[in-house]
Design a protein around this ligand. Sequence first.
Ligand SMILES: [Zn+2]
Length: 327
Amino acid sequence: MGVSLLQTVFLLASARQAFASCAHGTFLSPRAEDGSVKVNTFGYSGEIGPLNWAALAVENGACNTGTQQSPISMVAGTFNMIPASDLQIDIPDFNEGTEFENLGTTVEVIAKGGTLAFGTKTFELQQFHFHLPSEHLDNGTSQAMEMHMVFQSAAQEIAVIGMYIEIATDNAGTPSVVQAPEANLTRRGRPERRKNQHLRRQVVRSTGPTVLLETVLSQVGSIATPGTKVATGPVIMSEIVNVLKSGSFQGYMGSLTTPPCSEGVNWLVSTARLAVTANTFNGVRDVIGFNSRFPQNTPGSPNLLSLSAATPPAAAAVVEIPGGVLG
Ligand SMILES: [Zn+2]
């Protein structure tokens, strides 16, 4: 019995470390000490896909029972608008470069250092990675990609800044930030009347590509194989920080969007967007393929997979075709 208990503990520990790509580099999924890149064993289709994550490990139960799951469609009423001035974002440039690695389920840039502070909490940046297409939906609409900047506090809380990435409409020149009006309707189509409503009207988009993304993602072809990594050139984070400060944040309490789907994650989805060239987007798509968990139920509502499991099968529909001849 002792051995089997030990084996069980070991298996759970391994599973914990093998999953959690959204939280890779945090206490939930520490990096390998030998510098090797751990490849995740869950996936986005078939039996290892999001419909079956709970069956892959005992600790993944929240994936099909949690009621504060992510991602969600960012419609009015599901989030609080937070002005950028309420957050203190202090992230240094990585002038010496860093590492860009392929976890099998995403590509990730190691970015240890820099802080995010709001309220009484302070979080430290660990890494940023990419989803294709976006996991959150902007008022029901998916975007080309989404970047997740993952932070961890000393008390082992997780905060994630989500940024939508669009295809740049202007492939040359410096990024120029323009403010575009956004549809401002509730889920039922009524005008939104909430605190900080004026903030939601502004989506800040860049017509030119984001230099940091072009710098990093142009190397994606060299880490096409899961488990590989490459050294980057200088990663200038101040560009991203400036974009973040030009917008505001849609905040809500949710979960990791990857197994074990742990809840209590402080989500901050930026209204300021990044952009990549079509060439860069195609290169990333060739490597990532598809890595987006399906949109979850409104926070506080039953988990969609629990609802689905509890629904009795509908009576088989019998369709009679006159003459029995199919056209
Ligand atoms: Zn993620």
